[in-house]
Design a protein around this ligand. Structure first.
Ligand code: ADP
Ligand code: MG
Length: 731
């Protein structure tokens, strides 16, 4: 269904068909009383499994060992019982294909037994493995259609949950998605591999400080930004419906200049949405805690407590799905696009990343005890070193057509990767670097100095919001990730590069100690060298400024504002070696990831460009011509009445300007179609992507300028598309 502009505004202004009184949960207002009620968590496992089975499944999950089919049968049966007690009729393997979204295939518990009698059944086989007909999911070159089979396999490290859609309830089992040959067709398997790669690299380093460490996990706390628009307005904009962003639209005289939306009071209708969303999240064990208005009018943010990275990624994927579904319940649409409105802040998804041990230590916590801080320094410095070494890969991991509008557009971090660590830590790194020699004395001096670090975890006041990669107290915050992205890719990259780096560090430390150097001296020697090697990536200034672009170039840091350029680093020899040596992605998988990203870029720009063409030819030009007729009629009438030419100079001027803009649009839409054809005719996908980037996209920007001029010239009553002011302020 689509609406005309005024019809849509009417609907919004007279809306009564949404519920402001969303009841949180009938049972109680107390979140802890229903938190995780739809998750097959530890408590449900204990309740539905006998003690022996419970203990063995727990042990298997901890160790990552394979389950025996007997145990899988027992667990499946318990899950089925639990799910059916909650009203579920179906189960689904829930997975994350390379589209970056989630997918599920439902099967009922109901089946017929060998005598044809109806029963409810869920076996270990069904839990462990399924074969969805996934041949239409992007797989790069991994599957040709004749062997298009893909398999999903249970990931016991992320708990199963019940998804409620209307009255339907489905038991969802988080799974990986692989080809017949075992290549990953999803984001989860590489993420799991990267996590264990980092763990293996980090444990020996941890043991230098505490022999009791047996397990290291990476932690992720994401912050999800989004826009909300009324569903009627959304349906009055073909561009929002088809591309998730506005392809044209003159800026509203009042936008975000007054900063009156940021952290402002939350509109009642939005508040109802947020509460509803949070309740659904809590039932699913997604520990969301923070909500507020963001900078753009109609922009908001939601953030949870951090979790182990695999679960946190699943939770964010699930959240994006819930956000969309619940918005519809409130007659709204959620926009997860990185840049729905030109001239208004875009949306990102900060990924707060750290590492933690089974002894309860956050490895990036500076702490208060200076004697322990060498451990902090080790992990801190190795992380920065890894980012310095693989900045291009990190940039590539967040590349997409939609995120290109954000990165480097003076509102979000630039496309140049730099690291912000704050003045206190900068000072410390400088002093370590300048330390004369790392004899006993120097070590003591450095460690003394560390004791002077104020309590950094609390003292975050001098955070720099313009940095793409910032140390914020006890974690690194990766700010380049786009709001619509899966966190899996940047997290996989972080784990892999830091794991790789820690291995190199440990090897060198062993060598130095083998030569008789004491441990602290050896570690500091390496740390000191690293600091001087990565120093040029540290930047504390304004990342949005033009001076930084010049300065960054002088420092030799790369600046790749567009996706096709950024993606080339995915298939560089250095990155191939990294993924191959770490075992996180084999060469087929890496190639597939790359191909899917290139393909997504082409398709996104292609769809946008076609949509823009249609909007111009079918709506903008007819509206302009209609108004042109009105003005022309007026001039003829004035002439007929014998009025002097000077009495219709304004009309003539308007007429001329309308004609000019119509022509400019017409010419460029034709040229844009031509350029698309040229691009499509190119041999390789990456050539096509470059052509879309260099030849199609600039034309879209040009067309917008002329269309927006027409919006300004044409009678408001005749303008077909909901205007920016209405999208942002009609509620
Ligand atoms: P903001 O960046 O908006 O100021 P905070 O810094 O308070 O917000 O927290 C942002 C996110 O960082 C939250 O999701 C929080 O859970 C997460 N976070 C805090 N500590 C860690 C950690 N050790 N590892 C990963 N994420 C963390
Ligand atoms: Mg943040």
């Amino acid at each position: 269904m689509s609406h005309s502009r005024f019809n849509a505004i009417d609907i919004v202004l007279n809306r009564t068909d949404f519920d402001l009184d969303i009841q949180t949960l009938a049972e109680s207002d107390n979140i802890s009383s229903f938190y995780g009620k739809n998750v097959f968590n530890d408590a449900s496992m204990q309740k539905y499994l006998d003690e022996d089975s419970y203990l063995s499944i727990k042990a298997k999950i901890q160790s990552g060992e394979n389950l025996t089919i007997d145990l899988a049968d027992i667990v499946a049966n318990a899950m089925k019982k639990w799910a059916m007690d909650k009203g579920a009729t179906h189960y689904a393997h829930w997975f994350q294909p390379l589209t970056g979204k989630t997918a599920e295939k439902h099967d009922s518990f109901f089946t017929l037994d060998h005598e044809g009698l109806p029963i409810e059944e869920f076996k270990g086989e069904g839990l462990a493995q399924q074969e969805p007909d996934g041949s239409s999911f992007p797989g790069g070159g991994l599957r040709s259609t004749f062997e298009a089979r893909g398999y999903t396999a249970w990931d016991p490290s992320s708990p199963a949950f019940i998804l409620e859609v209307g009255d339907g309830k489905t038991l969802c089992i988080p799974t990986i998605f692989v080809t017949y040959g075992g290549d990953a067709l999803d984001h989860k398997l590489p993420l799991l591999k990267s996590q264990s790669y980092l763990e293996n690299a980090a444990i020996p380093v941890c043991k230098l400080f505490d022999p009791k460490v047996e397990k290291v996990i990476t932690t992720l706390g994401w912050e999800q930004e989004y826009f909300l628009v009324d569903e009627a307005l959304y349906h009055a904009r073909p561009d929002l419906m088809l591309t998730g962003r506005t392809l044209l639209g003159k800026h509203s005289p009042k936008g975000q200049q007054l900063d009156d939306h940021y952290f402002g009071s939350i509109p009642e209708r939005v508040y109802a949405y947020m509460r509803d969303l949070e309740t659904e999240c809590h039932k699913l064990g997604i520990p969301v805690r923070t909500r507020h208005n963001e900078v753009g009018p109609g922009q908001y943010e939601l953030a949870p407590m951090f979790e182990e990275v695999n679960v946190a990624v699943d939770h964010n994927q699930l959240l994006m799905d819930l956000m969309d579904r619940i918005a519809r319940r409130h007659r709204m649409r959620v926009l997860l696009h990185e840049k729905p409105f030109a001239g208004v802040n875009g949306s990102g998804k900060h990924n707060n990343w750290s590492m933690a041990t089974d002894t309860g230590k956050n490895l990036l916590s500076p702490g208060e005890n200076p004697g322990k801080n060498l451990r902090f320094l080790t992990f801190f410095v190795n992380t920065i070193k890894a980012v310095h070494e693989y900045a291009d890969l990190l940039r590539a991991s967040v590349a997409s057509a939609s995120n290109d509008h954000r990165l480097g557009a003076n509102e979000a971090p630039p496309a140049i990767i730099s690291v912000y660590i704050g003045s206190a830590l900068t000072k410390i790194l400088n002093q370590i670097e300048e330390g004369k020699s790392v004899d006993e004395d120097a070590v003591t001096r450095v460690l003394d100095l560390l004791s002077k670090i104020p309590n950094l975890e609390l003292d975050n006041t001098d955070r720099n919001r313009t940095s793409p990669f910032a140390f914020t107290g006890n974690k690194f915050e990766i700010r380049m990730v786009g709001s619509s992205h899966s966190c899996a890719k940047p997290m996989t990259v972080m784990n892999t590069i830091v794991g790789h780096q820690l291995k190199a560090f440990y090897k060198e430390a062993q060598e130095l100690m083998g030569q008789g150097m004491d441990q602290a001296g050896a570690l500091l020697t390496i740390i000191k060298r690293y600091i001087s090697e990565f120093k040029n990536i540290l930047f504390e200034g304004d990342g949005y400024s033009d001076e930084w672009k010049v300065e960054a170039e002088r420092r030799g840091l790369s600046n790749t504002p567009n996706t096709p350029d950024a993606l080339t680093s995915y298939v560089s020899d250095k990155v191939k070696t990294l993924f191959n040596d770490s075992g996180v992605l084999n060469m087929n998988e890496l190639e597939a990831h790359y191909e899917v990203m290139v393909e997504n870029y082409i398709l996104s720009v292609q769809i946008e460009s076609r949509t823009l063409g249609e909007m111009c030819i079918n709506w903008v030009l007819p509206a302009a011509i209609q108004y042109q007729n009105v003005v022309a009629d007026n001039i003829i009438k004035l002439k007929d009445l014998g009025m002097s030419e000077s009495s219709y100079t304004a009309q003539m001027d308007i007429l001329n300007r309308i004609s000019t803009n119509i022509n400019e649009i017409k010419i460029r839409v034709a040229k844009m179609t031509e350029e698309r054809k040229n691009a499509n005719a190119l041999e390789t996908a990456i050539e096509q992507a470059h052509a879309y980037c260099k030849n199609v996209r600039p034309l879209m920007d040009d067309i917008r300028i002329y269309a927006d001029r027409l919006e300004y010239l044409v009678d408001d009553k005749q303008w077909p598309f909901v205007k920016y002011r209405e999208l942002m302020f009609v509620r």
